[in-house]
Each structure stands twice: as structure tokens, then as C-alpha cells.
Design a protein around this ligand. Structure first.
Ligand code: BGC
Length: 436
């Protein structure tokens, strides 16, 4: 069985690794690595100075804690650089991506911006020639063997590396309220059949089985893609994105049917809630389960003060045990920014062990680096770090890795209509029509 979907790109990998491996040495400093265009004062001090704009969608509850910790660390190391935290609210980049697009089109790129590894980075900004390669930074920081090969693939195109991954989020997680499950003597479902049995029992007991907050449609796409992963399995789900499996596969329709059936078990006000509001239903015991990426864990623990395993538990979403839906937030160097050395000095901190271990325990994600200090992570984090090593990896569509932004926008629109009209045929027709 093909373990990872990246196998198709092995040839490219060899090229990239070869490029960065040569001459690498692990850093202990976070100094910018090369200074072709540094000013005299930078040469004298080895430090870049100026303002650094960091553009992301990490604002507010469950989102910004990790970023603020990273900024604090960066400011400690680079007091001469002023940070402008230019975050635009909205889960999964709902609003930030639109603002970014207009800025990039207007030749006004942020200093650095949050972008998912995979198609979102490569098919958009790299393909348009709007990102500078970072091979020199990877080489100077000795990162060749510090990130999993699969992640390097996601941030590389044509032999060049274009961004630095700060984390790995897992998308296919079923969160549950432990007290509700205990009270009703229920086992956490691992298959769709078990899911519907548990959901029936909960509904009969007057508990909302599944929390959903799809005011921003991506949350419904997120739920749907985990169902798709469950019906197709990792190998064939991954082949959807290379075109080897078509959207006309009967398991795509099956996923659409399961998804619609699930909607019979969600909170009535789902379309007026965002992801945090839906997670809150589980946290407060008003709903039993929720499917969300593990930024929800950051929210449960840091914002709602829930105890890992005691107040909430987790499992792979039905049918996806042994599979890891990968979401990676990365930052790069847009072409034409005023002070590239300032940006690189931030990327060096973000890609360092210290930076990743400051960010990820708060964010709910695991470090992108392979050499993180696991003692800094809670039980969920440690388990997920292990799972990542052995699981089959699948790219997320809802979070930009699997397919281009145009397709994702169309799927988000189609799913929004699907949730209201519940018309399986017309939803599957849209998927077939738009499949990249
Ligand atoms: C990002 C996460 C973020 C989540 C919710 C995802 O697309 O990768 O970092 O927490 O959206 O906004």
C-alpha cells in the first residue's frame, strides 16, 4: 500500500533535499543567514532592523495565543524590529484570504503571511511568481533534516522551497464530551454505523449528538471532507486530487449521503454559529460531539480551561483511524517586500525548535519539526506527534492543501447550498463539474 500521497513527487523531493542538504548545519542562533543586500549597520551588528508585518487570521479565542507567544519570543530576540500584527478575523482565512488576494494583486504584499502548504501556496502565489525561494534560509539554518520530507514537499515547487511550516494540525478529529458519554454509557464511534447508533441514543436522551457551526461554510466542508476520507480511505481520497479517482466514484455520493444524514443530528442554530461557538456546545455539555481540526483543542484548553481527557476526549473521525488529515500553516517571503532580511529573521525564529515549541502547545497543533521537545506537549499533543509518524497522510481540501483555491471556493459555495437544499445529486454534480 502506498503509505503517503507524496510518493508521486519523490523525484522532486530528491532534488529539493539535495539542494538543501548540501552544506547544512543546525543552528543555535537565529541570525539571518545570508546578507547579500544588508546595509552597513546590519553588516556591523549582524541584525536586521525595521518593521515586520505578520499577516494571519489568528485573532481572538482559540486562535491568537500561539501567535502572541511566537511574537513575544521574536521580540526578545530582535528588540530592534517592530512587529505589526496584522491579523484579519475569520476562521480558516474566510476574510483574510480575500484581503491578501487584493493586496497581492495591488503589489502591496504583507511582510509575511499565513498560507497553507500545498496548493494554496504553490498554485497561487508561487505559480504567480510572487514568492521568493527560501533555500538559502533552510540551508543556513540547517533545516534539511529538521522537517519531515512530506512537509518540505508541500512548501516546494520546481526544486525550490517557498515557505516555512510552523505547525501541523490534524483535521480528522472527533471531539467529545466525556461526561455525556459516561452518563449514557456510550462508546466513542469509530465507524459511520456506530456513529449513527450513538447519535440515535443521544437524540433519544434529549442530547444534541453533533455540534456544527457553519456560519462560515468551510466548517461544513471540513466535516464533509472527513466523511469523504472515511468512505474512500486515504489512498483513494488522495487520488481525488491527482485525478486518478473521479468525483463520479460511488463513494463520493455515499459520503454526500452520510453527510446529509449527519445533519439530522446537529444543533438547529448551526448556520448562525462559528467553529468556536460549536466547540462551546461540546465544552458546556450541550452537545456530545464535534468534528473540527485540533485548533479546537487549543480553544478547549487555553480559552475554556477544560482538562485534556477529563473534560473532553478525542478519536479519529469515523472510518479514518490510522489516517492523518494534514493541515500546515506556513509563512514565506513575498517578492518585493521592503525588508527581506527582517522577514527572514522572523522565519528563522518561527522555524526554530524554540519558536515551534512556544507556538504549538498553545495552538493545539504539533510542531512541524521532528526534534521538538515533546515534554512541552500535553497528552493530546504527544499522542498526535506519535500518530503523525505512523499514519497515512492526506491533504485537507477545506484548508488549502489538496486543491486550488478556485475549486475550494466552489466547493464551499456548493456545500452551503447542499446544507440547505439537501440535494445529493446536485451537490455531487457540482463536485464533478468543478473537480480540478
Ligand atoms: C488554520 C488554523 C486555524 C483554523 C481556524 C485553519 O485553516 O490552518 O491555523 O486555527 O483554520 O481558523
Amino acid at each position: 500500500m502506498v503509505k503517503k500521497w507524496f510518493a508521486l513527487m519523490i523525484a522532486l523531493s530528491v532534488l529539493v533535499i539535495g539542494l538543501v542538504a548540501c552544506g547544512s548545519s543546525e543552528d543555535s542562533s537565529n541570525e539571518p543567514s545570508e546578507e547579500p543586500e544588508t546595509s552597513d549597520s546590519e553588516e556591523a551588528t549582524g541584525e536586521a532592523s525595521g518593521t515586520l508585518e505578520i499577516f494571519s487570521w489568528w485573532t481572538g479565542a482559540g486562535e491568537e495565543d500561539g501567535l502572541l507567544a511566537l511574537i513575544e519570543l521574536f521580540e526578545e530576540k530582535h528588540p530592534e524590529i517592530e512587529v505589526d500584527n496584522a491579523a484579519v478575523a475569520g476562521g480558516a482565512g474566510t476574510n483574510a484570504k480575500a484581503v491578501l488576494t487584493s493586496r497581492m494583486q495591488g503589489n502591496d504584499p504583507p511582510g509575511t503571511f499565513q498560507v497553507h502548504g500545498g496548493a494554496e501556496l504553490n498554485d497561487s502565489w508561487v505559480a504567480a511568481g510572487q514568492m521568493d525561494p527560501l533555500n538559502d534560509l533552510f540551508e543556513a539554518e540547517g533545516w534539511a533534516d529538521k522537517f519531515p520530507e512530506e512537509l518540505i514537499e508541500l512548501v516546494s515547487k520546481d526544486g525550490n522551497i517557498y515557505s516555512v511550516p510552523v505547525n501541523i494540525h490534524r483535521g480528522n478529529v472527533l471531539w467529545y464530551n466525556t461526561e455525556i458519554f459516561e452518563e449514557h454509557g456510550l462508546e466513542v464511534p469509530t465507524t459511520f454505523e456506530e456513529f449513527f447508533d450513538v447519535a440515535d441514543a443521544l437524540q433519544e436522551a434529549g442530547v444534541t449528538p453533533l455540534a456544527l457551526g457553519d456560519r462560515e461554510p468551510w466548517a461544513a466542508t471540513h466535516l464533509f471532507e472527513t466523511v469523504l476520507l472515511g468512505t474512500l480511505g486515504a489512498d483513494d481520497y488522495n487520488k481525488l486530487w491527482s485525478g486518478e479517482v473521479g468525483m463520479d466514484d460511488p463513494r463520493v455520493e455515499e459520503a454526500a449521503e452520510i453527510f446529509i444524514r449527519m445533519l439530522d443530528y446537529v444543533n438547529e442554530d448551526h448556520s448562525s454559529r462559528n467553529w468556536q461557538d460549536a466547540s462551546q456546545l461540546v465544552a458546556q455539555g450541550e452537545a456530545a460531539m464535534n468534528v473540527m481540526g485540533d485548533w479546537a483543542k487549543g480553544y478547549f484548553v487555553n480559552d475554556l480551561n477544560l482538562a485534556v481527557k477529563e473534560d473532553f476526549g478525542w478519536a479519529a473521525t469515523p472510518g479514518t483511524e490510522g489516517t492523518f488529515m494534514v493541515i500546515t500553516d506556513t509563512f514565506g517571503l513575498p517578492t518585493g517586500v521592503e525588508n527581506p532580511e527582517v522577514v527572514k529573521s522572523f522565519l528563522a525564529v518561527l522555524g526554530s525548535q524554540e519558536g515551534q515549541d512556544a507556538f504549538n502547545p498553545l495552538k493545539g497543533s504539533i510542531p512541524a519539526r521532528v526534534d521538538a521537545d515533546v515534554s512541552k506537549y500535553d497528552e493530546y499533543g504527544q499522542e498526535t506527534i506519535e500518530d503523525f509518524k505512523s499514519a497515512e497522510l492526506s491533504p485537507s481540501l477545506a484548508h488549502g492543501s489538496a486543491a486550488n483555491e478556485g475549486f475550494l471556493t466552489q466547493v464551499n459555495q456548493a456545500i452551503n447550498i447542499f446544507v440547505t437544499q439537501k440535494d445529493v445529486d446536485s451537490f455531487v454534480d457540482s463536485l464533478k463539474q468543478y473537480q480540478p
